[in-house]
Design a protein around this ligand. Sequence first.
Ligand code: S3P
Length: 164
Amino acid sequence: MMILTGFMGSGKTTVGRRLAERLKKEFIDLDHYIVESEGRPIPSIFESEGEAGFREIEKESLKKIIKSTDAVISTGGGIITYEESRSLLKNNGHHTVYYLSAPFDALYDRIKDDENRPMLKGGYDAAKALYESRIAHYEAASHYAVDASLSVEETVEIIEDLEK
Ligand code: S3P
């Protein structure tokens, strides 16, 4: 089916859930899957295992859920950190991978007060640098870039049209 990538706040979960509803497919959110299988929230994983520990869990979880070839899957914003995950996404052979792209300030406005996102602890400048360092990775891991500064419904329609 399809996989959504993009920076925090790009709407991967909201758009993914809506797409799954419209297409009558299962929806799998990678972050949610990790929280369920680990039995603890994401900030706790970062606290006890650090970012590197979280990335390992994330990479292994992606390998598992990517096998659900008939589901709509949303990923966490850092899934493109490892080359192995980028290449798994791009060359998965079943899912079309969409990069939900939007200008940094639009995204930061949506996420800045969320305490559930450990990668935002460094504030605006650090988050912006992270965003900039990731753009090329989202592009490398995905088949299409889609404008995610539009409304959820508009973004959903663009993806549906590309799937036809
Ligand atoms: C992260 C994004 C989060 C979550 C974790 C790390 C990142 O997902 O996986 O906090 O490194 O960008 P969302 O993109 O759904 O916020």
